[in-house]
Design a binder for this molecule. Structure first.
Ligand SMILES: [Zn+2]
Length: 300
């Protein structure tokens, strides 16, 4: 069925708005995310949407943080300073259409489902970037939980009493395999060896591990183990048809896909097919945001 809606991927460094028609990006505009002022940030989102919007098109916005889906208010987000920013109502006023706002991971999972032809009965999407997030869709419907907090997989426990996570708990998967944690752990080990504390990101850690730097290799090996374990835990809990992997760390280390696939296949129930392990779609966030907005607009 042909449909048109605008999807927005609201990131920490850029805001990408795309007009999606029949499941494909038809037009897109990108604006840098202004660093501080919420008014300027609202202006930048409005500007990006205006560049691609057509009269009557519903709008979906995907962003990290605590989002009140019903009111369209951003309770808190790493990408907007302050609290309770009325992003949804502000876009509704500007464009006079339905606007939905939701967690970026959940909307991206909806985009993966859409990109796979809307057929998987149960889909798990696992994103490993700065942090770790997951989305679960049952026949295309996201599992959101009682407080919109379901499947916060990065904060499930990998090692009880282990590393301190950004959420304040100990031993979360994210504290071992999230991009930020990877960089911090490698830096700490290098400093212990008296090798200074030069700025380091996850991509640099992966590169150093490939060149057999012992500190980076130890940190990376544990991250891979955490991700294999997490992918299997999600598989055994949800019995998915497909597990989609995405995010900066996965894109930076495509060999992860095979590592995870072989582990999940090894662990899978005998006599049943293991879930397919596939790489995420690059447009998943804008696609899922647009598709969800369109379905809501048409009462789907
Ligand atoms: Zn945590």
């Amino acid at each position: 069925m042909s449909w048109t809606a605008v999807g927005v991927d609201f990131g920490g460094t850029k805001i990408r708005a795309a007009r999606i028609a029949g499941g494909r990006v038809e037009d897109e505009a990108t604006r840098p995310t202004p660093p501080e002022d919420p008014t300027m940030i609202l202006g930048a989102v409005t500007d990006a949407v205006a560049a691609v919007h057509r009269p009557g098109c519903p709008i979906g916005v995907a962003m990290a943080g605590q989002i009140d889906r019903r009111s369209g208010v951003v309770r808190s987000s790493p990408n907007i300073p302050g609290r309770n920013i009325p992003l949804g109502p502000s876009l509704e006023d500007a464009f006079g259409v339905l606007v939905i706002l939701d967690n970026d991971v959940r909307l991206a999972a909806a985009g993966e489902w859409s990109a796979l032809g809307e057929t998987p009965s149960l889909l798990v999407a696992l994103y490993v970037g700065t942090g770790i997030g997951a989305g679960v869709l049952l026949n295309g419907h996201p599992l959101s939980g009682s407080h919109n907090l379901a499947t916060e997989a990065g904060h499930a426990t990998f090692i009880p009493g282990g590393e301190l996570c950004s959420c304040g708990r100990l031993g979360c998967f994210e504290a071992y395999a999230g991009g930020r944690a990877l960089a911090q752990r490698a830096r700490r080990l290098l400093a212990q060896r008296g090798l200074g504390a030069a700025p380091l990101d996850a991509a640099a850690v992966i590169r150093m591990a490939r060149h057999e730097d012992p500190a980076a290799a130890a940190v990376w090996e544990e991250a891979v183990e955490a991700l294999r374990t997490l992918a299997w835990n999600l598989s055994v809990l949800f019995d998915p048809e497909v597990v989609v992997l995405g995010g900066g760390v996965v894109r930076g280390a495509p060999e992860l896909l095979e590592e995870i696939r072989s582990h999940v296949e090894e662990q899978a129930w005998s006599g049943y097919p293991p879930p397919g392990i596939v790489l995420g779609h690059p447009d998943a966030a804008v696609l899922g945001a647009a598709r969800t907005a369109w379905l809501e607009y048409h009462g789907g």
